[in-house]
Design a protein around this ligand. Structure first.
Ligand SMILES: [Zn+2]
Length: 461
């Protein structure tokens, strides 16, 4: 069985299979989630007397399962447990913090009998008996008072009855038993205290050594840093002196170079001034030369121009002379040709030739040699003159003579075109009058009719 304590009293008793189910994470103990508990593994003999007790600590995770890192070998520890107090049936076997057969598990165990007035063995026996009764177990032939202490005391009483005289001997035996118990408890407590003191001492010594080591390390480190800083300081000082020397050197150089620079600048200024002067002089000279050359060129050009002008004038005069000569020659040529043509025509007349032409209206005309040029210039005008009409009227009559039709204009832009009687003489032809049909008489014909009427009526009336 496994029993668990609350604050001071036993809170729960589990049978070994149930505890194993908890260990295998089948069943959580959720009421103890995230808590630690004191517990004890207990074995009993057939009469429900304690034979082995292992006091151990146990912790639960947030879901109430036993923490996975918990791994005490309770059964094995029980097998190799040392002797504990005698609770009436000889010494039980006990495993606790101050009596642990496996030294590296010591920290996970605890010691009973630390609280005054509380006997964990009595608590275990009472709780186990209650649990057994609940499971239907009944005490056998052995007498039991029901309470654990009474049970133990009763056992002792049975044993005492067989050997000692009644009453006093029994009382003495009980007293002796009580004293023995007390002594054993005190021995156990002493062992526990001794172990605690020893642990405390060991822990203090360890802590002391640890802090000493830390302090030593810090000291060594600080010393090292101090040394390093000193070295650095030295190095910086050396660098400083070197830099100082360099600065003074540079200052000297600067002064020297300042002088040199001034000299160079002075020389440079002089050189520039000289160059400027030279350049200006050269420029002036070049300008003068250029101006002179320009002037010469201009004079030469002017001379050339005058010569050219004279030459032009002469050429123009020659050209005019030539043109006059050409004109004279042309006139002479014309006169000569006219003269020769006239001579030829006169010779033709002298040999008895006539120049006959025919024109409608005028009939056959004999053109004298003197009038030939005028006839050749404009034959129509010549014919018109011979008919005693002007050229326009002759042309209008000629058109009528060749195609005698009415020329009255119609509203649609065409002419009437009806055939009319031809008038043979241009002198009797009046445009706009003679070329009209009976349906289109001219305005003058109408006027003539109108003028004729008023003469008649007065004679008759
Ligand atoms: Zn007409």
């Amino acid at each position: 069985m496994v029993v668990f304590w609350g604050e001071q009293q036993i809170e729960k008793v589990l049978l070994w299979p149930d505890f194993q189910a908890c260990l295998d994470n089948y069943v959580p103990l959720s009421q103890w989630s995230d808590q630690k508990r004191r517990a004890a593994y207990v074995t009993l003999d057939a009469d429900a007397h304690l034979r082995l007790v292992v006091f151990f600590n146990i912790a639960f995770d947030r879901q109430g399962f036993i923490e996975r890192k918990w791994n005490l070998p309770l059964l094995h520890m029980g097998e190799i447990a040392g002797p504990g107090p005698d609770l009436g049936q000889g010494p039980i076997r006990l495993v606790c913090r101050s009596q642990c057969p496996i030294s590296w598990h010591t920290a996970q165990l605890w010691d009973p009998l630390l609280s005054q007035g509380i006997d964990e063995f009595v608590q275990i026996h009472a709780a186990v008996l209650t649990q057994l009764r609940r499971l239907g177990w009944k005490p056998g032939s052995v007498a039991s008072a029901g309470a654990a202490t009474g049970n133990v005391a009763g056992k002792r009483q049975v044993a005492g009855e067989t050997e000692l005289p009644p009453q006093t001997a029994a009382a003495a035996l009980v007293q002796q038993e009580a004293l023995n118990r007390k002594l054993e408890q005190m021995e156990l407590q002493f062992k526990v205290k001794e172990r605690e003191t020893h642990e405390l001492r060991v822990r203090e010594q360890f802590e002391h050594e640890q802090s000493l080591a830390i302090l030593n390390a810090q000291r060594t480190k600080l010393l090292g840093q101090c040394k390093w800083l000193q070295q650095q300081n030295e190095a910086v000082r050396e660098q400083m002196s070197v830099l100082q020397m360099q600065i003074s050197h540079y200052q000297e150089m600067e002064v020297r170079s300042g002088h040199q620079q001034e000299a160079i600048e002075e020389r440079h200024r002089q050189r520039v001034a000289e160059l400027e002067k030279n350049t200006q002089a050269q420029l002036a000279l070049q300008q003068q030369a250029f101006a002179a050359q320009l002037e010469m060129e201009r004079a030469r050009n002017r001379e050339q121009e005058a010569v050219n002008q004279e030459r032009l004038h002469a050429l123009q005069g020659q050209l005019q002379g030539k043109e006059e000569k050409i004109h004279e020659l042309n006139t002479r040529t014309q006169q000569l040709s006219e003269h020769s043509a006239e001579q030829f025509l006169l010779r033709l007349r002298d040999v008895g030739m006539n120049f006959l032409v025919f024109h409608p209206g005028a009939g056959h005309l004999s053109v004298p040699v003197e009038e030939l040029p005028a006839y050749v210039d404009n034959p129509v005008a010549y014919a018109a003159r011979k008919c005693y009409v002007d050229t326009d009227r002759y042309l209008a009559w000629l058109k009528h003579y060749q195609e005698p039709r009415c020329m009255a204009a119609l509203p649609d832009g065409t002419v009437c075109g009806v055939r009319i009687i031809r008038i043979d003489s241009p002198t009797r032809f009046a445009p706009g009058e003679s070329d009209r049909c009976s349906r289109h008489p001219s305005d003058r014909s109408i006027d003539a009719v109108l003028q004729f009427r008023p003469i008649d009526p007065p004679g008759r009336s």
